[in-house]
Design a protein around this ligand. Structure first.
Ligand SMILES: Nc1ncnc2c1ncn2[C@@H]1O[C@H](COP(=O)(O)OP(=O)(O)OP(=O)(O)O)[C@@H](O)[C@H]1O
Length: 330
């Protein structure tokens, strides 16, 4: 049985299709990255997964429970780090963790949870005085309470400094090691590349790619970048004419070719050598997840830079498990 199954999910807001026929499943123990440009439908999908948003059509099952009709049970079973959570200003970090433990019926030691997220020294400080990154760390700690089998993180790196990002990576790796399913949306592609078994890329509410990062590289023709330092710089026109060379640009004293295959890389390098210039250095790098993201979103036919307004923030005092959702669930 899958840990999470999304089947033909659709969510309409008036004329807007926030999610438009999304289907995917996440295996138990899998670390699954859920990516897409702004307004692609990630938060709406996560809100539907937690039963905060009622789908227009389709279903989501989490650990065998229907997210729409059994949302309370789903929320109790899943550790959530929502986008747009609200903490209680007057409660301390320790009290927040204790509250999360009582919600889940767990007996976690608040000290241990807070030290895991790097907040041991702030255990008795009120959350109202926390910086954005400290609040994010606290919300992460609360999601981990009770060792849930499924963790759902919406933009978990938001507000975190490099130490916080490294801690988040370690936590995701440790959770994966103990068999937890981790489903997270993120714009931090380095984090996704470092931690995810598979990634789904959505655009305009639709799935445009679903694979491992290695699989995506294969799908997009081993997209790779060749960077050659040459003196003088070669004539760019013959490079641009080469088969499999998608783009050619100059960066300082280097010519940078984006290639769609290993063969194209070799052809481009040979063409530089054949030109009337001295090659001083050459580097080739596999496509980054950022390149693959751009390629998949480009392939899906998107032409604009999405700039949709974000949905309304959670109302103040809506509690630590409030999301940007509309509260349509049970
Ligand atoms: N409550 C709502 N009412 C109307 N439209 C909404 C609502 N919630 C989301 N939308 C719209 O649905 C689309 C998907 O929004 P969503 O927040 O799910 O995207 P996202 O992928 O999470 O974006 P981001 O990366 O910016 O957080 C957007 O066009 C958004 O404006």
């Amino acid at each position: 049985m899958s840990a999470i199954t999304i089947d033909s999910l659709r969510k309409e807001y008036g004329d807007t299709f926030a999610v438009d026929g999304l289907s995917l499943s996440v295996a138990p123990g899998e670390v699954f990255g859920f990516l897409g440009p702004n307004g692609a439908g990630k938060s709406t999908t996560i809100d539907a997964l937690l039963g905060y948003v009622r789908p227009t059509a389709g279903t989501i099952t989490v650990l065998g429970r229907d997210a729409a009709t059994e949302s309370r049970a789903v929320r109790e079973a899943v550790g959530v780090l929502p986008d747009g959570y609200a903490l209680y200003d007057r409660l301390t970090a320790r009290e927040h963790v204790a509250m999360a433990a009582s919600f889940r019926g767990g007996d976690d030691d608040p000290e241990a949870v807070l030290s895991r997220v790097g907040l041991a020294d702030a255990a008795d400080r009120r959350a109202g005085g926390f910086s954005k990154g400290m609040a994010q760390r606290l919300a992460l700690g609360m999601a981990l309470v009770g060792d849930p089998d499924v963790l759902v993180f919406d933009e978990p790196s938001s507000g975190l400094d490099p130490t916080g990002i490294a801690a988040l990576r370690r936590i995701v790796a440790a959770e994966a090691d103990r068999g937890t399913t981790v489903f997270f949306s993120s714009h931090d592609l380095a984090q996704v590349e470092a931690t995810c078994d598979r990634v789904a890329i959505v655009d305009d509410g639709r799935l445009v790619a679903l694979d491992t990062v290695a699989g995506l590289r294969e799908r997009y023709g081993a997209l790779a970048t060749l960077s050659v330092a040459a003196d003088p710089l070669p004539d760019l026109a013959p490079l641009r004419a080469l088969e499999g060379v998608a783009s050619v640009a100059v960066d300082g004293d280097r010519v940078v070719c984006r290639c769609t295959s290993a063969d194209a890389k070799v052809r481009a390098l040979r063409a530089v050598f054949d030109g009337d210039c001295r090659v001083r250095d050459a580097d080739a790098e596999p496509a980054s997840l950022e390149d693959l993201f751009a390629a998949s979103v480009g392939e899906s036919g998107r032409t604009d830079e999405a700039d949709d307004p974000a949905p309304a923030a959670a109302p103040a005092g809506a509690g630590p498990y409030a999301t940007t959702a509309t509260g349509e669930g049970e």
